[in-house]
Design a protein around this ligand. Structure first.
Ligand code: DER
Length: 227
């Protein structure tokens, strides 16, 4: 078989730190899928006794099909770890997420987990958040225009996310609309602070200071950023 790709290598590393008896949160996306596969492999090969909770329907279905024991978020007593991908990572471990449609649940589980681990390949590394992607801002549908107006006053530019066909707005898994916005003259910490308290904003893609470790896969192996 061909050697594991950088993304597979980080998924393997993350699956190795799962211990018996843990409740493990599953992220959403292509890297999270590789982690689910590795976790299922470990459970099968080493009779691991774990339970999992998923950040999306697609990850729940994948986990169930892989034979993992899925519990619902409503019944969570605690969450030992949450493992997910990201769209951008800085060397001081700030993240941008939300290119998918499950941001609300991803951040809920990431923030409540005892340990939040992020799996990326080195293409996701940036020197500042927002360098390569817009900031996803999930808004109450009725608040989209009000929030857009408010952000325009802060020189932010962007638009409502459309569906794949481009012929309608995209709704998130939580039933909200998503504004993809670029900010020019505000620091990440300022954007994070203003979005976190802005009425109408349900969630946003800046994950500041909640990551325990980032596994970075590249052609020369796996690097670890640790808090
Ligand atoms: O939606 C998200 O935040 C996901 O983590 C995602 O954007 C990362 O996906 P990938 O692992 O497929 O790159």
């Amino acid at each position: 078989a061909s050697p594991p790709s950088p993304k597979q290598q980080v998924a393997i590393k993350a699956a190795e730190i799962v211990d018996n008896g843990m409740i493990v949160g599953l992220g959403t996306g292509s890297t999270a899928n590789l982690f689910i596969d590795e976790l299922a492999r470990r459970q099968h090969e080493q009779q691991l006794e774990i339970q999992v909770v998923a950040s999306s329907v697609i990850s729940r279905v994948k986990a169930q099909q892989a034979g993992l024991q899925v519990i619902s978020i409503e019944h969570l007593s605690h969450l030992d770890m949450y493992v997910d991908g990201a769209d951008e990572v800085t060397t001081d471990m700030q993240l941008l997420k939300g290119r998918g449609q499950d941001l609300v649940c991803e951040k809920l589980l990431a923030s409540h987990a005892t340990a939040f681990y992020v799996l990326v390949d080195d293409s996701k590394m940036v020197s500042r958040i927002g360098e390569k992607n817009a900031i996803p801002i999930e808004v109450m549908p009725s608040a989209a225009q009000l929030v857009l107006n408010r952000l325009a006053k802060l020189q932010a530019k962007g638009s409502l996310r459309l569906n794949a066909a481009g012929d309608n707005v995209a709704y998130s898994a939580a039933g909200n609309l998503i504004l993809d916005m670029q900010f020019t003259d505000l620091e990440t910490a300022q954007i994070n602070a203003l979005l976190t308290v802005m009425p109408g904003v349900v969630e946003h893609g800046i994950f500041a200071d909640i990551v325990k470790a980032v596994f970075i896969g590249s052609s020369d192996g796996v690097k670890l950023l640790q808090r």
